[in-house]
Structures are given as structure tokens and as C-alpha cells.
Design a protein around this ligand. Structure first.
Ligand code: PMV
Length: 346
């Protein structure tokens, strides 16, 4: 085995304030800041091993055991290039270190959950890739500095470099050097918090976060800045009522803006809407009894369902699309399991 090898894993995150829309698609600079909760590292993570060896003839990448092309100007190539550049600087400053920046790399990554099912696998994937190369290259970089590179793989990946509650500040510079992730609070800050993940469909997501959405402009300028402040403050104060309220409103608005796209994008289905109805009722009953909010929901981007078109009228019949009340709980839900909020392992 080559002595130049390192393995790192990174967890999935779920955004409570959603990132959607880019002001620079190459550098992946977002049009709004976002905030996420890191999920359980043991159950929902990507694990990546990187190796540098003089016998390798080119950089190669395997995802879940299948080789994927590293496109020359693609996102994986960009991350590798940036980390190599930092290793060159490191070797320049540390002449006794082995010269490995010029060696080709073999990188192998495995996810332990369905890829692109709305659990941003690109987020944990790029975070694990960047972490493993940073470890291989022994880079003296902070997680926030590495987030600048992971962000160029997949925007939401910059948040997966941290555990607990993580903000990605959009920044204002055109070179992206201030578009950076930072931890708001570690997982241990709020031990009562748990995440329940319902995989409603494990199809791949069909739309990227680059799509142009007219309503987004309103969201970017008038809504998100205030929500970022409110939710950050709520996390610091462990105020679940505000955290839940902002999280649910942001999920709703995110999906409303997708509906404003031409053609409209539907990421939620009847099962997703049933879960919303159940949580709404749970919270209503709790508040009516003098209590506080018990749960919040948030939905990421899954795949737009493709209807069977042999008989389009069937789509509108009552039997085929029963009302929310008629849908049994758990229908079509692949996973419904209680997870810890995640930390980050080295
Ligand atoms: O990082 P991307 O390009 O896969 O976009 C992720 C976008 C959402 O997951 C829908 C929201 C978010 O902030 O994670």
C-alpha cells in the first residue's frame, strides 16, 4: 500500500434556510446565505479514500465502486486542482516534506444512503473528497478555509465540513473568498434535537440548483437575510418554537419558488404533503393544549415525478389521488428512523 493515503468521511446536511440560485456558476457563489443541520455521521455519510502514487498514470475516481470520469474543467477537477495548489505551497514552505503534489491520485468514495435522493449526496461526497485530500496533503487549513474549496464541488458541500448547526455566508466578493461556511453551534449545544428522515422516493434528483426562478428575487432580497438572523439567534438560545417556525416557512417558500419556474418543478408528492399535515396537526394540538411546537418539517430537492401518460385522465381520478386524509401514514416511506444530529469525525 502507498504510504501517501488518507481516508475521511463527511455527513449529509439538511438546509433549514435553503440555498437555491447562483450568482457565479463556476465558483458556485450563491444568491443567498443558507443554514443547515448536519445529520448522523454513522448512518448518512460519504467515506472517501485518496491515494497518491508514482505508478498512477492519471487521476481516477470511483463512486460506490463504479469508475466516474473526471471531466477536465469539471467540479471534481477544480477541487483537486485547488488542493494540489495548496500542497505545492505547503511543500514550498516545508522543504523536508515529500514531493507528492505532482503525483496522480486515485480516489474512491462510498455513500451509505441512496445517491441524489434529496439527501444531498453531492454535499457529503465533495466534503469527504476535500477532507481526504486535505489529510493526504497534510494541509494546515481550517474547516472554513476548506469550505471555500468544497463549495466549488457542490454549494451545499461547504456546510458538510462541520457538525451541528452550520451557516454558509453568501459573501459579496466576486472572487468568492468570503463565501464561506462556519459553525453556529456544535451538536452538543442542543442535545434534545433529533432528526427524523423520511425518504419518500429514492429516485435521483432531476434539477440542479442553478435553475432560474422568478420568485427567487423576492426571496433573496426581502426574506432570507432576516430569516438567517432569526434562526441563528434561535439556535443560540435553543428556542425550538422559532427554529421550527422559520424552518417550515423556508421549506414552504423554497417549494413555492420552484412552482414559479417554467415549467414548474414539483419536488413534493402526496406523501410529503401528508407528513406536513401530520406535523401541522401535531403542533396545533400541542399549542391548543397550552404547549409549544413539537416538530418541524423541511424538504429538499428530490426528483420531479414523471406521470404515466398512457391515460392522463387517470391522474385526476379520486382513487388514484386520494385526499390527504385517505393516505395511510408511512405509505411509500422507505426510511423513517430517528437520527442524532451529526458531529464530524476526522
Ligand atoms: O449543492 P446543490 O447544488 O446540490 O444544491 C442543494 C440545494 C438544496 O439542497 C435544495 C438546498 C440546500 O441549501 O442544501
Amino acid at each position: 500500500m502507498s504510504k501517501f493515503q488518507a481516508t475521511a468521511s463527511a455527513p449529509v446536511n439538511i438546509a433549514c434556510i435553503k440555498y437555491w440560485g447562483k450568482r457565479d456558476t463556476k465558483l458556485i457563489l450563491p444568491t443567498n446565505s443558507s443554514l443547515s443541520v448536519t445529520l448522523d455521521q454513522d448512518h448518512l455519510r460519504s467515506k472517501t479514500t485518496s491515494r497518491a502514487d508514482a505508478s498512477f498514470e492519471k487521476d481516477r475516481l470511483w463512486l460506490n465502486g463504479k469508475e466516474e470520469e473526471i471531466k477536465p474543467a469539471g467540479r471534481t477537477a477544480t477541487c483537486i486542482k485547488e488542493l494540489r495548489r495548496l500542497r505545492c505551497e505547503f511543500e514550498g514552505a516545508n522543504p523536508n516534506e515529500p514531493k507528492i503534489a505532482d503525483l496522480h491520485l486515485h480516489i474512491s468514495s462510498f455513500n451509505n444512503f441512496p445517491t441524489a435522493a434529496g439527501l444531498a449526496s453531492s454535499a457529503s461526497g465533495f466534503a469527504a473528497l476535500v477532507s481526504s485530500l486535505a489529510a493526504l496533503y497534510k494541509l494546515p487549513a481550517t474547516q472554513s478555509e476548506l469550505s471555500l474549496i468544497a463549495r466549488q464541488g457542490s454549494g451545499s458541500a461547504c456546510r458538510s465540513l462541520f457538525g451541528g448547526y452550520v451557516a454558509w455566508n453568501m459573501g459579496s466578493k466576486t472572487d468568492g473568498t468570503d463565501s464561506i461556511a462556519e459553525e453556529i453551534a456544535p451538536r452538543s449545544h442542543w442535545p434534545e434535537m433529533h432528526a427524523l428522515i423520511c425518504v419518500v422516493s429514492d429516485d435521483k434528483k432531476g434539477t440542479s440548483s442553478t435553475v432560474d426562478v422568478p420568485l427567487l428575487q423576492h426571496r433573496i432580497t426581502s426574506i432570507v437575510p432576516e430569516r438567517m438572523e432569526r434562526i441563528t439567534d434561535a439556535i443560540r438560545r435553543r428556542d425550538f418554537n422559532t427554529f421550527a417556525d422559520v424552518t417550515m416557512r423556508d421549506s414552504n417558500q423554497f417549494h413555492a419558488t420552484l412552482l414559479d419556474t417554467d415549467p414548474p418543478i414539483f419536488y413534493m408528492n402526496d406523501v410529503s404533503r401528508t407528513i406536513i399535515a401530520i406535523i401541522t396537526e401535531l403542533n396545533r394540538a400541542s399549542v391548543a393544549a397550552g404547549g409549544s411546537l413539537k416538530a418541524a418539517y423541511t424538504y429538499d430537492a428530490g426528483r420531479t415525478p414523471t406521470p404515466r401518460l398512457e391515460d392522463p385522465f387517470r391522474l385526476f381520478s379520486q382513487e388514484e389521488t386520494p385526499g390527504l386524509g385517505a393516505l395511510p401514514l408511512g405509505f411509500n416511506v422507505g426510511v423513517a428512523k430517528k437520527y442524532q444530529i451529526g458531529g464530524v469525525k476526522g
